[in-house]
Design a protein around this ligand. Structure first.
Ligand code: SAM
Length: 384
């Protein structure tokens, strides 16, 4: 979500540090940061551990003392020299996937940096910053094009393949110095000191009491437009935020992911929301499989909206940012359909939805022959 959107949609809290703002699918924490800057007590959830690491760092920035970057780097470097990945890292022997995406020496050096971060006894926040810097390094030293999500060996990347693999330590050191400079910005220190909670969880089962939240803003996955697990897999494996086993569990909890287990040719059952069922009927004439995936997405989003409604105080607002897409060349009017699902869960649409033209194309690449680029997103404001 763009910062400008979050800034324009989050209201002033009634009192500092006690009124609760929730983003149940917080991703990299843009909305959390803007809510914090206004003085809300913030709660963020996501299924993806890399998203949580980014959000956690954003929430802590400005509120913890940091050593100078040079000292932190020297500390990690001292361990890096002696780190021996072969002796303890199954990741190097087992993961065919990693061997495909990295030059062998880059893979070894990435793992050495991670071992060094683990072992050099940094303060918690410095350790998190170092891991985040390492996650930023992963793509730049891989064979994947860092500008494309998910990992892709593009023509541009192939043309620019270096003769020798890029220096992992050099890229990591630059990233960490930059991040530590940003995390020490005076502006961040001046942000209100409010309670911030970022946790791994499923937005369909929020670990919050009924009627305990004063405002919600979130941007759910846009149908199955983007695969959040695949696009962060390399970083998660290198950082040891997951193993191939836990990745599987994560992906089952992640909404909008295409599931290979869905019966291909069985006609999808209705969702119970007329507008969604009419749409699924049209889609199933083009592809039964796509229609089944979209149905699953609608049902999952109904669970999310039901639980958001449960935790939200009466008459408080939930704002949803979502873009219309295409599937099998058929327009998916997701803003309209999610409005109907939200109304079924007890929400009222407050005003005419606003539309925003998406300026960043990074996540919005054309996915396949029959699914176009998402160009607009809706800003839907509901009251509970
Ligand atoms: C469109 S992104 C959110 C982007 C975020 N607003 C930002 O500014 O970075 C959707 C997020 O939903 C998360 N997600 C998907 N299924 C989820 C679930 N069941 N519970 C919680 N989060 C989920 C994904 O991991 C992803 O980070």
């Amino acid at each position: 979500m763009l910062g400008e959107i979050a800034a324009s949609l989050i209201p002033e809290p009634e009192s500092h540090g006690t009124t609760v703002f929730l983003d149940p699918m917080c991703g990299s924490g843009t909305s959390l940061l803007f809510a914090k800057s206004l003085g809300w007590a913030v709660v963020g959830l996501d299924t993806n551990p890399l998203a949580l690491l980014i959000s956690t760092v954003k929430m802590k920035a400005g509120s913890a003392e940091l050593q100078p970057a040079a000292r932190v780097l020297a500390n990690i470097r001292a361990r890096y020299g002696n780190a021996r990945p072969e002796s303890r890292e199954g990741v190097l022997d087992n993961s065919q996937l990693l061997r495909y995406w990295f030059w062998p020496s880059s893979l070894r050096d990435l793992v050495r940096v991670r071992i060094a971060i683990d072992e050099c006894g940094l303060e918690a926040f410095e350790g998190e910053l170092a891991l985040l810097a390492l996650s930023r390094t992963v793509r730049h030293v891989s064979k994947a094009d860092p500008e494309v999500v998910p990992p892709t060996i593009s023509r541009r990347r192939r043309a620019a393949f270096p003769i020798r693999p890029p220096s992992v330590w050099g890229a990591f050191a630059t990233n960490l110095s930059r991040m530590m400079d940003t995390a020490s910005l005076k502006r961040l220190e001046e942000l209100p000191k409010v309670p911030c909670t970022v946790m791994q969880g499923d937005a369909r089962e929020l670990p919050l009491r009924a009627r305990s939240v004063d405002a919600v803003l979130f941007s759910p996955p846009y149908g199955n437009a983007h695969d959040y697990i695949r696009s962060t897999k390399l970083e998660q494996l290198i950082l040891k935020l997951c193993t191939s086993g836990t990745l599987q569990k994560q992906s089952l909890r992640t909404i909008g992911r295409r599931r290979s287990g869905l019966q291909r040719f069985e006609k999808p059952r209705p969702t119970g929301v007329r507008e969604c069922d009419n749409f699924l009927e049209s889609l199933s004439r083009r592809s039964v499989e796509c229609s089944r995936h979209m149905r699953l997405y609608f049902l999952q989003m109904a669970c999310v909206l039901r639980d958001v409604h449960r935790v939200l105080k009466h008459d408080s607002t939930a704002t949803v940012v979502v873009g219309d897409g295409t599937s099998q060349h058929l327009r998916v009017p997701l803003g309209f359909l999610l409005t109907k699902i939200a109304e079924r869960q007890g929400f009222r649409l407050e005003e005419t939805p606003l539309a925003n033209r998406i300026v960043s194309r990074r996540f919005m690449t054309k996915r396949n022959r029959t699914a176009g680029v998402i160009e607009w997103e809706w800003l839907l404001r509901f009251s509970a």
